[in-house]
Design a binder for this molecule. Structure first.
Ligand code: DAT
Ligand code: MG
Length: 133
């Protein structure tokens, strides 16, 4: 089933010069890029984006990290986009992420974990509204 998802290359990966290598993986996999933009999250937008985590102890850290520098957001389309992209990014805790996944190959940290991807069709709809409106 062809569907769409959103990923965000987070400020740590942008500042480390990983944008091209990350986008290359999604193109190589067979996804089509539908939208692509560099953006700087402001606090209000970051709090809305991460609304689902507002009661978590790491919420403040999350918001301050995502607003700390430019990020790159993309909407991509292809078969099983949501689940395939989640597999490609790897586990949240980068040091435990499978080698071959983006977090597994490029990161070690939990908070600064390179990339975000929507985890369902509903979160894709919500998150892309925050980032591409
Ligand atoms: P994911 O990004 O894999 O969907 P999540 O939705 O559980 O993970 O959490 C959102 C982000 O919050 C995650 O990418 C990094 C941060 N985060 C999660 N757990 C954390 C923790 N224990 N300490 C610090 N940051 C954390
Ligand atoms: Mg998540």
């Amino acid at each position: 089933m062809s569907d769409r998802t959103l990923f965000i290359i987070k400020p740590d990966a942008v500042s480390r010069g990983l944008v091209g290598r990350i986008i290359y993986r999604f193109e190589s996999k067979g996804f089509t890029i539908i939208r692509l933009r560099m953006l700087q999250f402001n606090r209000e937008q970051a709090e809305r984006f991460y609304n689902v985590h507002k009661d978590k102890p790491f919420f403040e850290e999350l918001v301050s990290f995502i607003t700390s520098g430019p990020a790159v957001a993309a909407i991509i389309e292809g078969d099983h986009a949501v689940s395939a992209t989640r597999l490609m990014i790897g586990s949240t805790r980068s040091h435990e992420a499978q080698p071959g996944s983006i977090r597994g190959d490029f990161g070690l940290d939990v908070a600064m974990n390179i990339i975000h991807a929507s985890d369902s069709a509903e979160s894709f709809k919500y998150e892309s509204g925050v980032v591409f409106s």
